[in-house]
Design a protein around this ligand. Sequence first.
Ligand code: ADP
Length: 168
Amino acid sequence: MPTIQLIKGDITKQAVDAIVNAANTSLLGGGGVDGAIHRAAGPELGFECRMLHGCKTGDAKLTKGYRLPAKYIIHAVGPVWRGGHQGEAELLASCYRRAIEIASENNLTSLAFPNISTGIYGYPKDKAAAVAITTIQQCLEQPTSVQTIFFVCFEVDNFDLYEQRLQQ
Ligand code: ADP
């Protein structure tokens, strides 16, 4: 039975099969967690990302982890929050689903997620936590190689929201 674990910390430090990046459609790096991942992984990550020619919102692409303790990075592109009526919830759910699919295709067993879209992209944190947890729980009911999911919260308010929801 796969498990979900909650961590307060920095996703670039996690020694898992893959960490998920909250990337943008260019996949060429940015601010927030994306910038932190590119800095920690080193310039080779940028070179590989350039070969991928971007990624659509709601989709994800795999690269190596380079200098990270994680073996791989799954770059997922979350939606920008535009008030909630532009398909944001479905696009955010799709990021989590695609990350699990890609992990399964590559036989990965441990996966760490940041709180996609809740920084610069402005998705309300409580709503994003609900989408993330529900989607992951649904994915783990299907056959998958993934055995452990870590939600890595950088901010205490996200950590508290996840803790409350996961206890329910
Ligand atoms: P987005 O553009 O998808 O909103 P951000 O990087 O701005 O992406 O924020 C996504 C989440 O990642 C935010 O909750 C932010 O606090 C968090 N974050 C920022 N740096 C790190 C890090 N090093 N490890 C884990 N989470 C991080």
